[in-house]
Design a protein around this ligand. Structure first.
Ligand code: URA
Length: 244
């Protein structure tokens, strides 16, 4: 066995994946794997004046704008805004919910325990953290790690929209219910959303959903389903980039 393969198996172990898992058990239902183009509507417009302006910003200006943002009350409790991290030309974009305490302190998304699991999940499909771009629906930590409110997500939406427009990823992986609901404008359960391909707004960028790593830490039995989601996402990515 090569050392690369050994490493991959270690990541699968972190994901709770047994090596002998049968493919048919691990993959989401094929019927729901078909394209559902059009289900995802435009992301929130946010505060209109801000949105128009933000849509023209480059990376540095955008990051500075986020760092000094006071559009919603979350700015009052932040140590710092958590902008996003990764390759500006990434083919994979990972979108989570909101910074937690570790992220608020370090200024980078997914650096706590959930972040470590996210890293292992990505590595299990051959992606290093620095190869992807990771961002959240909201850039400032909600108090006591509560869910972001719709108006907070709406105020922040132009920033995420601009990040997506600048990166032009080949696939978006929405991790967790909040990210999935915001991006897909739905309140369907994760169980209903996973295993399907959606599209971001009016683009050809596929969106695939999976469970949030923080949820997987609380419910390790669900890791098997998350592994199936990752394999599904990888398949969608391969299709989307065929011949590129
Ligand atoms: N959970 C998220 O959704 N995002 C983070 O950055 C950290 C934890």
């Amino acid at each position: 066995m090569t050392s690369g393969e050994e490493k991959r198996l270690a990541y699968l172990d972190a994901m709770g994946i047994q090596r002998w898992a049968r493919r048919s058990q691990a993959l989401p239902e094929t019927s729901s794997a078909s394209s559902v183009k059009g289900e995802a509507e435009d992301v929130d417009a946010g505060e209109p004046a801000a949105q128009g302006e933000v849509a023209l910003l480059g990376w540095d200006e955008l990051q500075a704008r986020v760092a000094s943002c006071t559009l919603c009350p979350l700015h009052k409790g932040r140590t710092q805004a958590v902008f996003g991290v990764g390759d500006h030309a990434a083919r994979w974009m990972i979108i989570g919910e909101a910074p937690g305490a570790d992220e608020d302190r370090q200024g980078e998304p997914f650096v706590g325990r959930a972040g470590k699991l996210l890293d292992a999940m990505l590595l299990a499909i051959g992606l290093k953290r620095e190869q992807v771009y990771i961002a959240n629906i909201v850039k400032c930590r909600p108090p006591n790690n509560r869910d972001p409110l719709p108006e907070e997500a709406a105020a922040c939406a132009p920033y995420l929209q601009r990040q997506i427009a600048l990166i032009q990823p080949k696939i978006i992986l929405a991790v967790g219910r909040i990210a999935a609901h915001h991006l897909l404008k739905t309140d369907q359960s994760m169980g209903a959303l996973r295993g399907q391909r959606f599209y971001y707004a009016d683009t050809d960028i596929p969106i695939v959903t999976t469970y949030h790593p923080a949820y997987l830490l609380r419910s390790p039995k669900e890791k098997r389903k998350a592994w199936a989601d990752l394999q599904f996402a990888h398949r969608i990515f391969s299709e989307a980039t065929l011949g590129q």
